[in-house]
Design a protein around this ligand. Structure first.
Ligand code: ADP
Ligand code: MG
Length: 682
């Protein structure tokens, strides 16, 4: 058996880094798929350069590049020529690069941009003659990098792994592959890393994407069959709480909410336990539905648990639940359980849960720790389900005698896709926003609008409202992300009047600190919250009316839509400013979809249309079902195929030999654990 240790270039240090990135076995390495490919296009003369394009040029610097400081930026600049024209080359924060540029001719590859009558080349990579010859017209893998791992190292390690044929075995019979037009597994694995051509890469990708969907669907089918056979032993004969709660709400439920509540109650009263996914766009009012179901459990003597993906959300739900139960005068007790509570607080919570003093239990992952013992737990709800894996949910289920399960999600999967993915699992769709909402006003702007954007933030804050500024993640590193937010907050402090209270939130902070900041923001002790995407899920601060998203071009549309869902939650007009920093002159077509619509389903569909089936390396949608390669939007066609194939295998109409079937199901066993990382509502 090949081990990582046996690979050339892997010493104890590198092994540590690989492990830190989640790579433990050679199998992990070969499924560390490239996130992109670079191909070095044949070099062009500077005079022929088209604007806004990646180009490779061959020439030399007229003088050694020099490094200067502009504001906080270190910029290394030089003039590059090939006799047909000149390029101004800029590198940012790379002062050392000047030393690697001799006076010899060399290749530069980067993005050319025309500004005024000057042509710029930004952040180009430097290629020596032999590198250029090796790379020209080839697709070279670009791997997702984690701290300390270089692309070069990963290339070499993957290449070594691929030499060991025993790593990959073909499990699909040839006839089956032919029918679904799938490439052979070993070929696919090699070509996805080191493609001979774009065509080969696409074939390889199709096969691997198919595999991911295929096993996912098979797992779903299996789990579903098990599901609808669990008898419902819970008795819900009291039916008052819901009415009491509806009586004290300051609004009426939308008809979509009513329908969903009906469906949930029907499930809870049916012969089998519920397993339902509630899908509703941000702000569609899912929380109150959860509370209704929980109260229904409580009035019948059962406990219920609501699990949120973050502490901030858990605290917020807890407060909402306390507030609502108190107002309806139902004597049920709610309790909060999160990881950042002290040992003593946790012990008290455990006691109250075990003794059934608490009826409504709200928390984070802490709810599924082994110390928690429930008493008559009849209902389990997970909010914003994509943050939980199936395994976590099943731990939960085992803590009781097969409770009813409700999963709430804002993931805007168009219904057609959801149906393929989840088969006929029960889904309720809340496709209607409360009527009193004033639609958010949106605008996509570029840097030139920055000072006006700041002035607008100031104006809204002066009116007594609050605002968010979201900074994009710069790299896959929480450290850099944090710095980015800190820097940005400093900049804002200088640009805005001193009496505006600015708070900071990012992924490196401890849950306790995050909670505190969110609490202060909710209590209006902070006017402006500068944050990374950690505010993305579920937070509800209705007084916040403006959101400005920096570097909006780096986000997926659906994620932007989730983000902006943090505003527009109260009765005042809300605004969302998308700051496009791509430097493009023309208006970003993708982003302008967000100006046109506030409808998450429409946005997801448009995103799909704009990216087109070929463009699978567009911005990854965050927080959605994550496959290694597959994308539920752009690969919808392959997804359908895989669904067919999975059904065929499951229903035994696939014409497989016994041996072939055995191999398949053995593999399914392995894949099941992987599928657990996905979000099948179970
Ligand atoms: P989400 O579906 O994103 O979880 P929430 O449950 O947080 O949405 O609801 C957002 C806001 O809308 C809350 O302030 C809630 O009180 C309010 N809300 C929910 N349902 C209605 C309704 N039918 N009419 C008016 N406001 C509603
Ligand atoms: Mg919510």
């Amino acid at each position: 058996m090949l081990t990582l240790n046996a690979l050339k270039g892997v010493g104890p240090q590198t092994l540590k880094k690989l492990n830190a990135a989640g790579i433990f076995e050679p199998e992990d390495l070969i499924s560390w798929y490239p996130r992109d490919y670079i191909s070095c296009e044949p070099s062009v003369s500077i005079s022929d350069i088209q604007e806004e394009k990646m180009v490779t040029v061959f020439g030399h610097f007229t003088r050694p590049p020099v490094t200067r400081k502009y504001g906080g930026q270190q910029v290394t600049t030089g003039t590059f020529t090939d006799g047909t024209g000149n390029l101004t080359v800029n590198w940012y924060h790379m002062p050392y690069i000047a030393a690697s540029v001799s006076d010899k001719d060399l290749y530069l590859r980067g993005k050319a941009v025309r500004k005024g009558n000057r042509l710029f080349l930004y952040q180009p990579s430097i290629l020596k003659e032999e590198q250029y010859q090796e790379q020209v017209n080839k697709l070279m893998p670009v791997y997702p990098l984690k701290t300390g791992l270089t692309n070069k190292l990963l290339c070499s390690l993957v290449e070594q792994c691929l030499e060991h044929a025993e790593l990959i075995h073909e499990y699909l019979p040839a006839g089956f592959r032919k029918r679904y037009q799938l490439a052979e597994a070993n070929y696919a694995m090699k070509e996805i890393h080191f493609p001979d051509s774009r065509h080969d890469m696409l074939l390889a990708r199709k096969r691997l994407v198919f595999d991911e969907f295929f096993f996912f669907m098979l797992s779903v089918r299996e789990l579903k069959e098990q599901k609808h056979t669990i008898p419902n032993t819970y008795v819900f004969d009291k039916m008052e709480a819901a009415e009491r709660l509806l009586g004290i709400l300051p609004y009426e439920l939308t008809s979509a909410q009513k329908r969903t509540v009906d469906e949930i109650f029907q499930d809870m009263h049916s012969p089998f336990v519920m397993s339902r996914l509630v899908q509703g766009d941000v702000g569609s009012g899912k929380t109150v539905i959860a509370v209704l179901a929980m109260l229904h459990a409580a009035e019948n003597g059962y406990q219920s648990a609501l699990m949120a993906p973050t502490e901030v959300l858990a605290v917020q739900h807890y407060e909402a639940v306390c507030d609502l139960t108190a107002k309806c005068g139902l004597g049920f007790q709610a309790i909060l359980l999160t990881g950042s509570m002290t040992a003593k607080q946790k012990r008290m919570a455990y006691n109250k849960i075990e003794s059934h003093e608490a009826d409504l239990i709200i928390g984070t992952h802490a709810l599924i720790q082994e110390h928690v013992v429930y008493d008559k737990l009849a209902l389990v709800i997970t909010d914003e389900q994509h943050r939980f894996g199936v395994r976590q949910r099943s731990v939960f289920t085992e803590k009781s005698d097969k409770p009813h399960v409700l999963v709430m999600s804002a993931t805007p999967i168009p219904r057609t896709l959801a149906l393929i993915l989840y088969g006929d699992l029960d889904i309720s769709v809340i496709d209607e926003l409360p009527a009193n909402r004033i639609p958010i006003k949106n605008c996509v702007v570029n840097e030139r609008y920055l000072s006006r954007a700041y002035a607008f933030l100031e104006k809204e804050i002066k009116k007594g409202h609050q605002a968010y500024v979201i900074c994009a993640m710069v790299e896959e590193s929480e450290q850099v992300e944090a710095e980015n937010v800190l820097d940005y907050a400093e900049k804002l402090k200088k640009a805005l009047p001193q009496n505006i209270r600015i708070g900071i939130l990012h992924g490196k902070m401890k849950p306790k600190e995050k909670n505190q900041i969110m609490q202060e923001f909710a209590d209006h002790q902070i006017d402006l919250l500068v944050s990374t995407t950690v505010v993305e899920v579920g937070v509800n601060v209705p007084n916040a009316t403006v959101m400005m998203i920096e570097n909006a071009e780096r986000f997926g549309l659906s994620q932007l839509h989730q983000l902006r869902g943090r505003v527009g939650r109260g009765s005042a007009q809300s605004y969302c400013i998308f700051m496009d920093r791509s430097g493009q002159e023309s208006k970003n077509e993708r982003l302008s979809v967000l100006e046109k619509s506030n409808d998450g389903f429409f946005i997801a569909a448009e995103d799909l249309r704009l990216r087109g089936p070929g463009d699978f390396y567009g911005v990854r949608q965050n927080g959605q079902i994550q496959f290694a390669l597959a994308d539920i939007y752009t690969d919808a066609v392959i997804m359908k195929l895989a669904k067919e194939a999975a059904d065929e295998v499951y229903d035994q109409t696939a014409d497989l030999s016994e041996e072939e079937e055995k191999v398949l199901y053995e593999l399914l066993e392995q894949y099941r654990s992987r599928a657990e990382a996905f979000d099948v509502p179970l």
